[in-house]
Design a protein around this ligand. Structure first.
Ligand code: HEM
Ligand SMILES: *[C@@H]1O[C@H](CO)[C@@H](O)[C@H](O)[C@H]1NC(C)=O
Length: 538
């Protein structure tokens, strides 16, 4: 049987080709006209001089250059194009700053033009459309909350009041390690440390633990992890409007779901607080009210008619979410990186242990109050945050046209300050890739001035800098030092399953923060027998 000629596909294709050709011609004419008009239009204005930029693709711009670890991709680009570069991510203009000098320009000299953060879809969904505190535009609400953070919520007094809570949590962490060491088993430090820090934040925020070794209180932690994952997911819809319509990554459904779960949980906890507060008010004459947690402070302010700004319930819930997301992963990752470095650098480990033995002795556990007397321990944390800043990029938004380093920075550009790259800048750090805490010791010949972590020294910015810098730094540093100190004082650590002298692999994973690619799993060998005051724990 032969094919009837009239259904041969060729004429159809020829027709389609002709259509396509005429379409292409039309399109070309259109494009050329558009470009011509645009050039004329731009010529008539003063020339905008943007920082250097690599070649870009249509629509994507430079999105394809990012990869799963943006701080590393930005760093590579900066070695080729310099410490100030401009990128277009989808339709968003971005500036990347990668050196201490450029960071200082943005964070100090032009601070007021870069004190807002860009909005994104996930944060909007999750914070009841308020953008909470961490993503609030620089304005009256943010200023009000910032003052509260400094004076009350995350301030010295609150931190002191909760010292016993942190001590208790450190001891239950220690107990887990001790039991593992008795059984000769490996411990998953990634899990135990995030438990530790979430319990600390959770108890300070709302007087309840959020993670038990076994059982139910894990709800808060599960929700918080889900939130962090979503905020950390690179959402194409933030950059390309096409994705906003179709949500190809399925993010908005996940957002709705997580938001709902968080809300139900927070409502329950707030109601419990409100009932307890009513009961307390009735018993006021009895005196002796307990420690006010962060939620109590916020509720007091929301009920205060004289407050400068009336806090709404959404604001309160969003703030609690902010400190969970900003505070728990970051402070659990830092001691993980520190211990990883120490396992790979046994001489540093030994030196740190000698210092603790000398200052604290072997008959009691190291405490937060010992930290000021442990300069080498502090140097280890600085060196860890230099190489592994838990939050590697600070995200800001330009709110006014300005000129930096001779380049124009247009309003609404998104600014990425790459703190990870800054900590590795060979112009500022000798052998930047080497883990050498000595560089922070006053006795070191290369130590020109004592470098602090609070954003005064632009070559080391793990907590950012300026008014938008991290308000949780003091709290975080207490927790991070205490957790690392106890791991050094109490145990010798064997990487992997405890066989031989395995090294810990130092690869980075993707995420909102800077996690290890593989969890840190190692075997603790208890060193102090009998463990001082461990019996009181068990
Ligand atoms: C090792 C632990 C931590 C690191 C490395 C870290 C780092 C940072 C960085 C780099 C920023 C952005 C700063 C900037 O843009 O200049 C930030 C912001 C923030 N951090 Fe932390 N942080 C840590 C722990 C904490 C803790 C424990 C809390 C609270 C309990 C916290 C709460 C916040 C908040 C609320 C913001 C947003 C501030 C604002 O937008 O004004 N952080 N943090
Ligand atoms: C260790 O804990 C992390 C975080 O909870 C988890 O993702 C990982 O699967 C755990 N790994 C092992 C080997 O238990």
């Amino acid at each position: 049987m032969s094919l009837p000629l009239n259904i041969s596909p060729f004429p159809l294709i020829a027709e389609a080709m002709a259509d396509l050709l005429s379409f292409c011609t039309l399109f070309l004419v259109f494009l050329l006209t558009f470009l011509l008009v645009r050039t004329i239009f731009f010529k008539s204005r003063t020339k905008v001089r943007l920082p250097p930029s690599p070649m870009s693709l249509p629509i994507l711009g430079h999105l394809h250059l990012l990869g799963p670890l943006p701080h590393q991709a930005f760093y590579k680009l900066s070695t080729a194009y310099g410490p100030l570069l401009s990128l277009r991510l989808g339709s968003v203009s971005c500036i990347v700053a990668s050196s201490p000098e450029t960071a200082k320009e943005f964070l100090k000299t032009h601070e007021l033009h870069f004190s807002s953060r860009p909005k994104n879809i996930a944060v909007g969904h999750l914070t009841y459309g308020t953008y909470g505190f961490a993503f609030a535009p620089y304005g009256p609400y943010w200023k009000f909350m910032k003052k509260l953070c400094v004076s009350e919520l995350l301030g010295g007094r609150t931190i002191d009041l909760f010292e016993p809570v942190r001590r208790e949590e450190i001891r239950s962490f220690l107990k887990v390690l001790f039991e593992k060491s008795k059984a000769g088993e490996a411990v998953n430090l990634s899990r135990e440390l995030v438990r530790l820090t979430s319990n600390i934040v959770s108890r300070m925020a709302m007087s309840q633990r959020c993670s038990e070794t076994e059982g139910e209180a894990d709800e808060v932690q599960t929700v918080v992890q889900a939130v962090a994952n979503l905020v950390g997911t690179f959402n194409l819809a933030d950059y390309i409007s096409f994705f906003r319509r179709f949500d190809l990554q399925g993010i908005s459904n996940r957002l709705k779901d997580v938001h709902k779960r968080f809300d139900v949980m927070m409502e329950r906890i707030i109601r419990e607080h409100e009932e307890a507060r009513k009961a307390k008010k009735m018993n006021k004459e009895m005196g002796g009210d307990g420690v006010r947690d962060i939620l109590d402070i916020l509720l007091d302010i929301s009920e205060d008619d004289k407050a400068e700004i009336k806090l709404r319930r959404e604001d309160i819930k969003a703030f609690i979410m902010d400190i969970f997301v900003a505070g728990t992963d970051t402070s659990s990752i830092t001691p993980q990186w520190a211990l990883s470095e120490l396992i790979n650098n046994p001489t540093v480990f030994e030196k740190a242990r000698k210092e603790i033995d000398l200052v604290v002795g072997k008959s009691r556990l190291v405490e937060e109050s010992d930290i000021p007397n442990l300069p080498y321990l502090q140097a280890i944390i600085k060196e860890t945050l230099r190489l592994h800043p838990a939050s590697p990029i600070s995200l800001r938004e330009c709110t006014q046209d300005c000129k930096i380093g001779g380049y124009d920075i247009p309003v609404n550009s998104r600014l990425f300050i790459n703190m990870w790259a800054i900590g590795r800048d060979p112009k500022h750090w000798d052998n930047p890739l080497e883990f050498r805490p000595e560089r922070f010791m006053p006795s070191d010949e290369n130590n020109r001035s004592p470098i602090d972590l609070r954003g005064q020294h632009y070559s080391l910015l793990p907590f950012g800098s300026g008014r938008r810098g991290c308000p949780g730094a003091t709290l975080a540093l207490q927790v991070v030092h205490a957790a690392l100190a106890i791991m050094i004082q109490g145990f010798t650590w064997k990487a992997g399953n405890g066989e031989g002298n395995a090294r810990v692999d130092m690869e980075e994973g993707a995420g909102l923060t800077l996690p290890r690619r593989k969890p840190l799993v190692c075997v603790p060998v208890a060193r102090l027998h009998p463990f001082p005051s461990i019996d009181a724990l068990t």
